[in-house]
Design a protein around this ligand. Structure first.
Ligand SMILES: C[S@@+](CC[C@H](N)C(=O)[O-])C[C@H]1O[C@@H](n2cnc3c(N)ncnc32)[C@H](O)[C@@H]1O
Length: 251
């Protein structure tokens, strides 16, 4: 999937939404000073950077399979313990962290349940595992897929991904063995001043939406852009994006 992209491209695409979501999610996960924390699927480090401000850099670890993202985190956050790897096989000892978080990641895991089970394994008894995933209908990329479906009804959007529907994420955490699982919804509002500001990042090849645009030929891309401009207008375009969140206790 399209996550081996430059950090700057991610920042223009999903970073616009991940950035404002981050403080809400860290708050929901109850991260506080002195906590040893793990950011799973850290991307270029939006949440990682925030965690450093909430606890201390040497208590923060991060992991992602995308080499350009891992290099960016290592360069920007020198004291963070950053690894290249996947959630399903975390390179950390049992019971090591107080809180393990996965922001906008679980739906991209090859095995979401195993990833959450691993997060629980590396978190101490009584500690917290928290995850959030965009809602299928009102997430950050929902307006894009609505445009796609106007011309390609069979296109596989992101609504089928794990955790994207009511109750999915809670079920996943429970099946991964977490206790006292609590849900919430987190919303952010992002204003794109122009249509181009909204559209261009979709041509960068980031995530499933970027993969979809990359797979179109020139007439297909032009047709999609035309539909999108017609639906969304020249701008400003305001996207209110909602994510499902769930947290559970280990042990
Ligand atoms: C939408 S991005 C979220 C990045 C970051 N957490 C944020 O909020 O900006 C999804 C991330 O999941 C990562 N990812 C994909 N498969 C993964 C896996 N099996 N284990 C851990 N991370 C994975 C991608 O490389 C990408 O960085």
């Amino acid at each position: 999937m399209g996550f081996e992209v430059a950090a700057e491209r991610y920042a223009r695409f999903m970073g616009r939404y991940a950035e404002p979501l981050t403080p809400f999610f860290a708050d929901f996960a109850k991260v506080s000073m002195g906590h040893r924390v793990l950011d799973v699927g850290c991307g270029p480090g939006t949440l990682t950077r925030h965690l450093v401000t909430l606890t201390e850099a040497h208590l923060v670890a991060a992991i992602d399979p995308s080499p350009p993202f891992v290099e960016t985190v290592a360069r920007r956050l020198a004291r963070v313990d950053v690894h290249t790897g996947v959630a399903e096989a975390l390179p950390f000892a049992d019971n090591w962290f107080d809180v393990a978080l996965a922001q906008l990641v679980v739906h991209f895991l090859a095995d979401p349940e195993e990833g959450l089970r691993e997060m629980a394994r590396v978190t101490r008894p009584g500690g917290t595992v928290a995850a959030c995933v965009w809602d299928a209908e009102t997430g950050a990329v929902a307006p894009f897929w609505q445009c796609v479906h106007e011309i390609d009804q069979d296109a596989e959007d992101e609504a089928f991904l794990a955790g994207a529907r009511t109750g999915d994420l809670v079920g996943l955490l429970k099946r991964a063995g977490l206790r006292k699982v609590e849900p919430d919804t987190l919303s952010v509002r992002v204003v794109h001043p122009t249509f181009e500001d909204w559209w261009e990042p979709y041509t960068y090849g980031v995530g499933p939406a970027g993969d979809y645009v990359k797979g179109l030929d020139e007439p297909g891309r032009t047709a999609l852009e035309k539909v999108a401009r017609h639906r969304l207008g020249d701008g400003p375009i305001t996207v209110t994006a909602t994510a499902w969140a769930a947290r559970g206790t280990v042990g």
